[in-house]
Ligand binder design. Structure first.
Ligand SMILES: O=c1ccn([C@@H]2O[C@H](COP(=O)(O)OP(=O)(O)O[C@H]3O[C@H](CO)[C@@H](O)[C@H](O)[C@H]3O)[C@@H](O)[C@H]2O)c(=O)[nH]1
Ligand SMILES: [Mn+2]
Length: 864
């Protein structure tokens, strides 16, 4: 297998222009081989790792990189400078209290204090970014395939329509074809919808995999999700059988097309079959029938008692048995087999379909609940010491990806105390300019590398490998007494002794998977573990497994693990380990951010508040979690500032702070410094300026509409005690239509869009009013200058909200010029209106403002 690890450098490049015609050209170097370890880097340098810890002959399995001094030192220095500047600014403001507008002054002082504080929370954890690169060659030297530990792979899905089955089957195929010893991992699909569609899709997957997986192995195909693989026009080919490769590829492609047709028609097939059975069996219920003529135990097409979404039995089906430990070579070419797999191991890893029991009256706890059931069920079937989880739409993009986390878990330095390895999330099918910052690079390449230098990245929900015992709530070895019991109190893990008995084995980190026989007793045990009632009175959802009652189960589950003193690692690898899809529709994207921000606040008001965590939490990690659970609050102040220009419409001049010019100078300085620091972050995280700018824009969009909603929800929850209902993020609903980005141009109006739209209107009006004022007073007066300075602020907001404006224009958004024309027209109308109204009713005008806010109005003479 070492051949797969050290790739050949003499690769063939196969161009597939169109259809089945394939052209091959020889390339000097495969791009895959070039990237990775040896690449020269002008930002990251190897950290001095001193003398190797642990026993001298265990090699280090990953390399640590830090930001080189010439970037890091000025970056840190700037943070300090800004801190001082903010303090000085604050002091100055206190010394220059605005006596004739005290309320406004006090409010803005409070806002600025919060801005300063939250900036500090956000900035402090970024003092020491660290990148870690797994060394797969070192891992291969140390562990041959037989000694690599077992892995249970979990995939979750709910609805075959909202979460298109095609994504799920590709995810599963990429897992089955991964480059990891096939008898040492198992793949589980949890289907929370309990539909026959998913089950039969898995039956088809199991049979198509018998072709797809050997094909991938034979020709070292990458990536191993067929949809992405066949979507790529150019392939680097690392094998020596170009001609055969092209023939095989063409055939597999044809088979894949047929496979897709079968998948697409599943719901029709099932409906037709069921109709046929149901008409035979007149008078009975309208059941949904399986291919073998039995009734499907899950949900039915025509929902019925015990067969509906929230009410059905639990199901476990082993679709592919655990393979034997000896390779099974395929057969050579023959009349009915066009593929030569005679040198290829054709075994497939274990594949299991699960749908947990659903009963009315039980909160199913969404993804967290599903994960916990998988954790228990897999314990009886494979009980691997490591588990990795994926959302239905996140496939393995780099077939080596399952090996990489082992470099961290088995490293002599802190491997034993590493609870999970998080990978960055990368996305396909995002519009080229990434209008809604779906790639989230600032977060994945900035924030996470910063945490990596502390106690480790947070758990992000998908693409994460866990140590099973860490999920069981066990403490890390560094804080664990020699013979700690795995189960601390009776009932903690629930009442199944079969399950509890698996725990000690799960703790053996080198354990491989031993096949089990699913007999009647085991089936009964599995059924018990899947019931809703199983968790009653146990610690599941709190101290054991994925954490419940928080809209974002991921951050809080990671937090519980960090709180116990475990660390985590962020794994950077090229090509990206996994890839997924992201919602490119504005409304869907906002709902996603709403869930994240609402979930964050819920964490703050729960027993998972970072302030009360034990001392095992790294001090800066604590600050990071504090930041993560309070960041939406800032919206209260941002929104107030954004609506503040309303005052400018009515008053001639209104000062938050005087002297106004000094105030502006300070303001510009502290804001500029934030962005200067941001530029350093752009530099060390390696993102583009566009990534950074999109992030700024989307932050403002979130802060005007989503975060306020999240804060409101949180207040409601605190008052009423009722949790938040968050719906599933549906992605790429138009995946099958001709326009790949059609979703970008669909507007779905929801109340969530209103506040941001209002902010846009207010600020457009304010720009108009500013121009109107300047025109009334003459452009070169002090007053006009102030009005125009304010206008810069309005324009800034509008630039940040630009993607939102495009979004609500729907398909008109394809022609941004329309937006500019509307903008200019709106500004002119308001400007003209101001001039005319000012000329006719100047007196009452100011009265309105006075009554509105008891604000101080400075007469034309009162400039600052
Ligand atoms: O009752 C449920 C609801 C969801 N899911 C699965 O959970 C995953 C998350 O999906 P979704 O709820 O749509 O959230 P996303 O916004 O797509 O996901 C991001 O945000 C979530 C919450 O922070 C994380 O759990 C995810 O891993 C992360 O990718 C999907 O695979 C779903 O199939 C279930 O299994 N059961
Ligand atoms: Mn997802």
């Amino acid at each position: 297998m070492a051949a797969a690890v050290t790739r050949r450098s003499n690769a063939l490049r196969v161009d597939v222009p169109d259809g089945d015609a394939v052209a091959v050209s020889v390339m000097a170097d495969s791009p895959v081989a070039k990237r990775g370890l040896g690449a020269k880097d002008d930002v990251w340098v190897a950290a001095d790792e001193g003398v190797m810890s642990g026993d001298g002959n265990r090699p280090m399995l990953f390399r640590t990189m830090k930001v080189k001094g010439s970037i890091l030192h000025p970056y840190r220095f700037l943070m300090l400078v800004r801190l001082v500047a903010v303090v000085v600014f604050f002091k100055w403001r206190v010394e220059h209290k605005n006596h004739d507008g005290v309320w406004l002054w006090t409010a803005s002082m409070t806002a600025d204090a919060w801005f300063g504080f939250s900036w500090l929370l956000n900035q402090l954890p970024k003092l020491n970014p660290i990148k870690r690169v797994p060394d797969l060659a070192a891992l291969a030297d140390r562990y041959d395939d037989a000694t690599l530990p077992g892995i249970d792979v979990f995939v979750t899905t709910v609805d075959p329509v909202d979460e298109p089955v095609l994504y799920t089957v590709n995810t599963i195929l990429s897992i089955l074809a991964a480059d990891y010893p096939v008898d040492n991992y198992a793949c589980y699909l949890s289907d929370d919808g309990g539909t026959l569609v998913h089950y039969e899709a898995m039956v088809h997957v199991a049979s198509f995999a018998a072709l797809w997986v050997p094909f991938c192995r034979k020709h070292c195909v990458e990536p191993r999700s067929p949809e992405s693989y066949f979507g790529i026009k150019t392939h680097s080919y690392a094998g020596g059988m170009a001609g055969e490769f092209m023939r095989d590829r063409r055939r597999v492609r044809r088979e894949y097309k047929e496979f897709k047709v079968r998948i697409d028609s599943l719901s029709t097939t099932i409906r037709q079959r069921s109709d046929a059975y149901n008409s035979e069996n007149k008078g009975g219920v309208s059941a949904t029938w399986m291919a073998d003529g039995t009734q499907w135990p899950g949900t039915w097409v025509e929902q019925a008692e015990n067969h509906r979404r929230g009410q059905h039995a639990g199901i476990v089906q082993v679709l592919l048995d655990h393979p034997s430990c000896k390779p099974q070579l395929g057969s050579p070419v023959s009349t009915d087999n066009p593929f030569d797999f005679s040198n290829i191991d054709t075994r497939l890893p274990m594949l299991v379909y699960i749908s947990r029991e659903k009963r009315p009256g039980y909160d199913n706890q969404k993804k967290a609940g599903a994960m916990n059931v998988m954790l228990r069920v897999s314990a009886l079937l494979s009980n691997a010491p490591f588990v990795i989880n994926f959302d239905y739409d996140h496939y393995i993009n780099n077939s080596q990806a399952l090996r990489a986390p082992m470099c961290f878990m088995h490293d002599p330095r802190d491997g034993q105390n590493t609870a999970f390895v998080q990978f960055p999330q990368r996305f396909d099918d995002v519009d080229p300019t990434d209008r809604y910052a779906n790639h989230n690079r600032v977060f994945f390449d900035g924030t996470m590398l910063a945490l990596n230098g502390l106690q480790g990245p947070t758990y992000l929900g998908t693409g994460t490998m866990f140590r099973r015992v860490a999920l069981y709530g066990i403490e890390p070895p560094c804080y664990r007494a020699e013979n700690t019991k795995l189960v601390r109190k009776t009932g903690e893990f629930g009442y199944s002794t079969s399950f509890i008995n698996t725990a000690p084995d799960a703790a053996i980190q080198d354990r491989s998977i031993a096949p089990v026989l699913v007999d009647e007793r085991l089936s009964k045990d599995l059924a018990t573990l899947m019931t809703c009632a199983y968790e009653d009175g146990s610690s599941w959802g709190r101290d054991v497994g994925w954490v419940y009652n928080i809209a974002t189960e991921d951050v809080v589950t990671g937090f519980r693990i960090h709180r116990q003193g475990w660390r985590s690692m962020y794994c950077s690898m090229e090509p990206a380990a996994f890839r997924g899809t992201a919602p490119i529709n504005l409304t869907e994207r906002l709902y996603q951010v709403l869930r994240w921000s609402g979930g964050s606040l819920e964490v703050f008001f729960s027993h998972s508040n970072a302030l009360i965590a034990s001392r095992r939490l790294h001090p800066l990690q604590r600050i990071a979690y504090l930041n993560m659970s309070t960041y939406p609050i800032v919206t209260v102040f941002i929104l107030s500032y954004n609506f503040f220009p309303v005052m400018w419409l009515f008053s001639e001049q209104l000062y938050i702070q005087r002297p106004f010019d000094t105030y502006m100078a300070y303001l510009v300085a502290v804001i500029a410094m934030v962005h200067l620091i941001g530029m350093f972050e752009v530099r060390w995280s390696g993102i583009t300026l566009l990534d950074w700018f999109r992030n700024e824009q989307f932050y403002m969009i979130g802060a005007t509409g989503v975060y306020p909603t999240a804060v409101l929800y949180m207040l409601l929850k605190l008052v009423t005690g009722k949790g938040i209902y968050f719906r599933l993020t549906s992605k790429q609903t138009e995946a099958c239509s001709n326009d790949k980005f059609a979703d970008l141009y669909t507007v779905r109006w929801v109340p969530l869009l209103i506040p941001t739209a209002a902010v846009i209107i207010v600020n457009v009006a304010a720009v108009g009013a500013a121009i109107g004022k300047a025109a009334t007073w003459g452009f070169f007066t002090d007053e006009a200058r102030h009005a125009l300075l304010g206008m810069v602020f309005n324009m800034g907001i509008l630039v940040l909200l630009y993607p939102f404006a495009l979004g609500i224009m729907g398909k008109w958004g394809k022609r941004p010029i329309i937006l500019f024309i509307v903008l200019v027209m709106a500004i002119s109308v308001v400007g003209l209106l101001y001039v005319t109204l000012h000329a006719t009713l100047p007196g009452e005008w100011s009265q309105v403002a006075v009554s509105l806010g008891k604000a101080s109005l400075t007469g034309p003479s009162g400039s600052g």
